[in-house]
Design a protein around this ligand. Sequence first.
Ligand SMILES: NC(=O)c1ccc[n+]([C@@H]2O[C@H](COP(=O)([O-])OP(=O)(O)OC[C@H]3O[C@@H](n4cnc5c(N)ncnc54)[C@H](OP(=O)(O)O)[C@@H]3O)[C@@H](O)[C@H]2O)c1
Length: 252
Amino acid sequence: MATSQKLTGKIALITGGTAGIGLATAQRFVAEGAYVFITGRRQAELDAAVQQLGNQAFGVQGDVSSLADLDRVMATIKEQKGRLDVVFANAGIAEFLPVDAITEDHYDRQFDINVKGIVFTVQKALPLLPNGAAIIVMSSIVGSKGFGGDSIYSATKAAIRSLARTWTSDLKARKIRVNAISPGPIETPGLNSLAGTPEQAAQFKAQMVRGVPLGRLGEADEIAKAVVFLASNDSSYVTGAELFVDGGMAQV
Ligand SMILES: NC(=O)c1ccc[n+]([C@@H]2O[C@H](COP(=O)([O-])OP(=O)(O)OC[C@H]3O[C@@H](n4cnc5c(N)ncnc54)[C@H](OP(=O)(O)O)[C@@H]3O)[C@@H](O)[C@H]2O)c1
């Protein structure tokens, strides 16, 4: 992996860092010189990811929708490193149901993990952040689109984009930059789990690709590279923004 040590000496937290975009970003961050804390609910996946990342990474098991778990994550970071320079609030889930089939559980699960999880990840990280730190929150192109069948997931992502705007104002005195990243369809375990069988997943992905000007799904590392940009000094004058990395899908 070609790198230029853009994050040398930085301490980073990536929630949902055991698979997909989060794991790819953890790999990039380590390659760029950062020390990375990753989280996830499943202990075995967490252990495997940390082993893959090597001695510049540490895993803390936890669910972002649990405030007690977030307290434990932050206490571990405080004890081990004393500060956090970069927060990538990435953990999220997607479930699709048309409006007439939405249930309370479907609503609560997605808002609890995707929105409440990000709100309290960021809030609880604040005491560890020095002036000039970088926060990146995981939105999605669906926050600006209306593809159909995924209104609750899309609404969580629109909420996240909004949080990045207001927090930019809330945190301006501390020169903390807050940006949202909005991927298009990216090849990850999460994307593949949206459809039932492997055949249905292939069909679902082929259908999505038809709406992507670049004519393919994105790779998790293509998002990771954009997160490195938002985490590093290369984006020193970028805040409150939404960076689309979507092969053009939401731009046309
Ligand atoms: N893939 C795409 O096409 C795409 C496009 C736009 C936006 N996104 C967003 O990008 C983020 C990552 O997506 P992905 O496709 O990489 O997903 P993924 O392959 O399913 O990976 C999700 C990661 O988040 C963790 N996670 C899920 N719920 C969690 C929770 N409650 N607490 C802590 N960790 C949790 C998972 O581990 P555990 O299950 O063990 O907790 C895993 O490490 C999500 O926010 C998603 O909405 C994805």
